[in-house]
Design a protein around this ligand. Structure first.
Ligand code: RUG
Length: 838
């Protein structure tokens, strides 16, 4: 460890716990100063938003010693640092997690707030806007990993884009999704530190030219036709109760010359700002597609923009410390979060060869020893490909380098598989089938020293189905790191009631060592404890019921079974399978066949990509079902259906802890991992799910008797596909399904409009690409089992307890330790703070 030597007076040096500045008086003083000096407000007229800002600034101040000490420690004694490159970081609200990680309790914050006449911290947390800088699982994973890296004291920087508009806000109008721009910055965002002095230049377009350098070497260089500037905005990421405070470094695009005085002087006012507007669109908006490749030019530009800035930043940091560039792989380990940052391979080569004058072999050695790639999907439509002409016009020099990487690689392939053209065509970075395109997954795989999938099944399919030839050439390259989620946000913050119980019965160390939760198993037959367990869940469900009522007007019974599916809306995730099951449930009640069926509240939430028609129709479908069911007096006290609009991190924090049943019903082989499944299980929800993604490992860990399994396996699905799948035949054998489909076709869930859901019906009965009907009967069977289990509440609570007790493995601390050991070879670097300020 490296003690911080702060030679100059350091305001609020909180090294000494006695003077830690974390008590209520200090927090109050900090708020008062910021309210007055930073925000220009007087306490008596301050709004909740003003108080949120003041408290956030006061908390941010308290991060600064650790933040600067962490930077200083690395500067003084270089240590391998993780560069996590990701187009998305879905970090969620910041105030509460910084309070927790700093060790400012809710009670302390409330003592300070009461002096401003605010009774509860929740009133202030409520007004915080969350930065929606991600779509779903992939972006949220990046955020969990940043938190765990800091908590494990591993130096890391998360590199990404500071989108001005994040993922859209979702409204529901007449049952349809309506997208509204997410203006998360409008009220000011207190958590970032702009660093304009560390800006980087990025080029686009133009041409390349060859020249001979002073030593007579033949070289190539790039002459871009346009440039943008990336301005880093740093967001501190504090670890849990440690001094390590890492950073997210998010790039905002700016114009190189923000105002063209020549154009202005000749009277062209709009022309004068044109370039500025053009450059700034680079960091304007997050692409709202999850798992599908939009293939737009601007997206490729965004990727190159943030990747180039980030690599330049890493190289510069070596330069600043006088470290030779050849040492790059010992100082940086560069993780590509999916293919979105895969252009890094070519950009690092370009920087090393064209700007630092290294030869090819040295540059390739550095690149391949630094870069690793995480694959998050097997869906062909999600594997990024860029049209060659478009790529060439935007990044001509990169294309030259990619051709050379490819030429050298294919030579190896030819040696290994002589005369096998098919393999060459398949492994080539350039796709020559149809319109030519650059395959980013191939580029990333060829350059990476490790390629990992995100759950055991997924990593296995990655090797066996998606990339068998690559895996044969480089078996040691391929590995699995099962995803994980941070227990700080997803248990401690989201579920304070459960946390208290865990503190009492396991001890507070569970929060950084989730394996300790197995101690709960000692209580699995303790009736009083199980009752307390159930009562804790009920108390959280009451809160969610209140929220549901305020948001949707629907009254739900907190003692009913809360059956929840929240995630992006996608056909492969099969929200429509769940919806069909709800219709069956409804029909059983209507037909008097619902004896013994426990009251249920079925909760859905999730956004659909704006251009994904079928996903949007599924939202409309769920809302149609909800409307019919909730209006039917026969359903009173028995069945309720709600679609909660605008599912995001903040809402997720309310939902996971209040769930009894977690719906993880994707078609086997399609969901790479899932991470929501882990959050549910940790919070004591039982899973009904298929053998897909991390469900497989969850089931293994919690025990098959504590998991409701259904559905075809991945192998069975493949067999069905090859044999020829006829969904219509299934309908004929299942009267309940036939009746549900008939009613939908009659407009029973669409105010008599029989046409509204026709495309969905045609899809399911015609082609059913995600095997919804193939799994329907088994799903109903598993739902009946759920119902049975719920009737024995003591047994249910026991199963719930065992889910929490046995899901410690899914902490992102474990995932990060795996990455550190197998891929990054990175180690903790504790930061010591010893400042002697009087
Ligand atoms: O769909 C996957 C999830 O299964 C996974 O849990 C998550 C994190 O690994 O990533 C999701 N994902 C995949 N998001 N985008 C993609 C494809 O680009």
């Amino acid at each position: 460890s490296h003690p911080l030597d702060l030679r100059l007076p350091t305001p609020g040096c909180f090294a000494d716990p006695e003077r830690a500045g974390l008590d209520a008086d200090a927090v109050f003083d900090g708020m008062t100063e910021h309210l007055f000096f930073t925000l220009g407000k007087l306490a008596p007229t301050a709004s909740n938003h003003d108080l949120y800002m003041a408290l956030s600034y006061a908390v941010r101040d308290r991060l600064m010693t650790r933040y600067l000490a962490s930077l200083e420690a690395i500067r003084a004694r270089p240590h391998k640092t993780v560069a996590y490159l990701s187009a998305e970081f879905l970090i969620g609200p910041q105030l509460n997690s910084n309070l927790l990680n700093l060790g400012i309790s809710k009670e302390i914050a409330e003592q300070a707030l009461r002096r401003f006449r605010i009774e509860s911290l929740d009133q202030i947390l409520e007004v915080e806007e969350e930065p929606g800088l991600g779509n779903g699982g992939l972006g949220r994973l990046a955020a969990c990993y940043m938190e765990s890296l800091a908590s494990l004291q591993v130096p890391a920087i998360g590199y990404g884009i500071r989108y001005e508009f994040g993922i859209f806000n979702q409204l529901i109008r007449d049952g349809w999704q309506v997208e509204v721009t997410d203006k998360w910055l409008k009220g000011g965002w207190p958590w970032e530190l702009p660093q304009p002095e560390e800006a980087c230049f990025v080029g686009f377009g133009g041409r390349t030219e060859s020249y001979t350098d002073g030593k007579g070497n033949y070289r190539s260089r790039w002459i871009p036709s346009e440039h943008a500037i990336g301005i880093p905005h740093d967001v501190p990421v504090l670890g849990y109760r440690v001094n390590t405070c890492n950073r997210l470094r998010l790039w905002r695009a700016d114009a190189t010359e923000s105002f063209d005085f020549y154009a202005f002087n000749i009277g062209d006012y709009y022309g004068a700002v044109e370039e500025k507007v053009g450059s700034e669109t680079l960091s304007k908006v997050l692409y709202p597609n999850d798992g599908t490749d939009e293939g737009r030019r601007l997206r490729l530009k965004q990727q190159h923009f943030f990747v180039s800035c980030s690599l330049q930043d890493m190289l510069r940091s070596l330069g600043n410390r006088g470290i030779p560039i050849e040492e790059f792989p010992n100082h940086w380990t560069v993780q590509l979060n999916d293919t979105h940052p895969a252009i890094a391979v070519a950009e690092l080569m370009r920087l090393l060869i064209d700007e630092h004058y290294l030869d090819w072999d040295t540059a390739w050695d550095i690149t391949t020893r630094s870069v690793a790639y995480t694959n998050h999907t097997l869906l062909p439509e999600a594997l990024e490909k860029w049209d060659l002409t478009r790529f060439a016009s935007l990044l001509p020099r990169h294309l030259e380098l990619i051709y050379e990487i490819n030429r050298r690689f294919l030579q190896q392939v030819r040696l290994r598989y002589p005369g096998n053209d098919a393999i060459q065509r398949k492994l080539s970075i350039i796709d020559e089938d149809g319109g030519k395109a650059v395959r980013m997954a191939n580029l990333a795989t060829i350059a990476a020293h490790h390629v990992n999938g995100v759950a055991a099944l997924h990593s296995d399919l990655l090797k066996r189905q998606l990339m068998p030839e690559f895996a044969e050439i480089w078996p040691e390259k391929f590995t699995n790191i099962t995803n994980g989620v941070t227990p700080r946000r997803w248990v401690a913050l989201a579920n304070p009631a459960l946390s208290r119980l865990l503190d009492e019965h396991v001890g507070p160390e569970w929060i950084t060592n989730m394996e300790l939760l197995t101690k709960l198993e000692e209580r699995q037959h303790d009736t009083a404890f199980l009752e307390q367990w159930g009562a804790t869940k009920l108390s959280v469900k009451r809160k969610l019921a209140g929220y549901i009522h305020r948001q949707t007007g629907v009254l739900v019974d907190p003692s009913s079974l809360f059956d929840v599916q929240v995630k992006r809306i996608h056909e492969y995730k099969r929200q429509h399978l769940n919806a069909l099951q709800v219709i069956t449930h409804y029909l059983r009640i209507k037909n008097g066949q619902a004896n013994g069926m426990a009251p249920r509240t079925v909760i859905f939430g999730g956004k659909a990509a704006p251009g994904y028609y079928m996903a949007k129709l599924i939202i409309r479908f769920i809302n149609g079902i909800a409307e019919t069911i909730n209006a039917d007096p026969d359903m009173e006290g028995r069945l309720r259906v709600v679609f909660l609009p605008d599912y995001n991190v903040k809402l997720a924090e309310q939902i996971y802890p209040a769930s009894d049943l977690s719906e993880q019903v994707s078609t086997a082989g399609k969901e790479a991992s899932g991470t929501g499944n882990m959050k549910f299980a940790m919070n004591g929800a039982l899973t009904i799910g298929t053998l897909d993604g991390a469900n497989v490992e969850i089931r293994e860990r919690v025990g098959p008797e504590n998991f409701f399994l259904f559905g075809k396996t991945e192998t069975e699905i493949m067999e069905l596909q090859t044999k020829g799948y006829r969904p219509r035949q299934i309908v004929e054998t299942l009267p309940e399904l036939a009746e549900a489909l008939r009613l939908i076709g009659l407009g029973h869930f669409s105010n008599g409009d029989g046409e509204l859901f026709r495309p969905l019906l045609d899809n399911l009965t015609g082609f059913d690409p995600f095997f919804v009907l193939a799994d329907f009967a088994d799903y109903l069977r598993a739902q009946d089992e759920v119902n049975q289990a719920w009737t024995n509440r003591k047994q249910w609570n026991r199963m719930s307890l065992l889910n929490t007790a046995r899901t410690g493995f899914f902490s992102s601390d474990r995932s990060i330790q795996d990455y550190c050991q197998t891929i990054w070879k990175a180690e903790p670097f504790p930061v010591e703070i010893t400042c002697d300020v009087p």
